[in-house]
Design a protein around this ligand. Sequence first.
Ligand code: F6P
Length: 341
Amino acid sequence: MAVIGVLTAGGDCPGLNAVIRGVVSRSVANGNTVVGVLNGWEGLMHDHTVPLTRDSVRGILGRGGTILGTSRMDPYLHGEGLSTCSPTLSRNGIDTLIVIGGDGTLRAAQRLGDEGLSVIGIPKTIDNDICGTDMTFGFTTAVQIATDAVDRLATTAEAHNRVIVVEVMGRTKGWIATHTGVAGGADYILIPEQPYDINHVANVLRKRHSQGHKYSIVVVAEGVTPPPGYELDDVKTDTFGFERLGGVAYGVAAALEKITNFETRVSVLGHIQRGGTPVASDRVLASRLGVAGADYALEGMTDILVAVKGTDIVSVPLSEATSGIKDVPDELYDMAQTFFD
Ligand code: F6P
């Protein structure tokens, strides 16, 4: 019988509870024990754990957030790596640790693996930018929430003949923005991977308005470079050293209003994109990842990422996940540009 530890770290994401439920249900069904580590790496460093039984994960499938809690602590930035975590691991008899997290979390997991811990990563982020996997759970939910918002914003924009600049999350990548823009029929989409000329954006809106369409929706990824003269001041960083983003849409809107004279408003969607219940496809994906993670752990695998390739769940080396951050491909953005008119 093996003891599987499971933790969720970094920003939360719809579907985390479905993954935990998958890990626990599969492990318990095979006669194993699961220990939940509370509040991400913090719990592993300070031995904050709970036993997880099949009963403890009943009713959580559709619930947002994470029953284990999360934090942006890091065992290397806030501790001495494996030596800080070892007391918790041995006191709880953990054989393999399943880490559900984004790129910062997976980097820490890989380092612990290099130090000898049996570790399995499950990729998690609404940003969909983790390498080594075709897709992350939570992304589809975030895109659905943002698309619903764009649909609503479009009707008020139309009623008032306004431009509305909608800012979505995604950190340094434009996955949420591109998918939301396409799904919501945006008139322009700005993403960090694609440089833009604000005058060109303004010209597209002018042309559209001159043809009788008196409102426009511009979807902006939070990580785009502000237009010249509209730089953000006082950018803070989080505990992983990532910039805390948000607000670039105000600069984009101000620049567009100045150039076009069209009345312009801003809507920054923020954390609403991460909250609440996961859509059905994310529940299914998260469940599959959790079950596969438990199976890989019981097979004695380590230093792997539970990944999506096409429609399959597979294992790839954890190092693939930490090799970089995944860009929106040019072809996808090119397709989206078809509708900028
Ligand atoms: O990585 C997920 C994400 O939601 C990003 O899209 C966003 O920039 C960041 O986390 C926000 O982090 P926090 O919850 O710490 O403000």
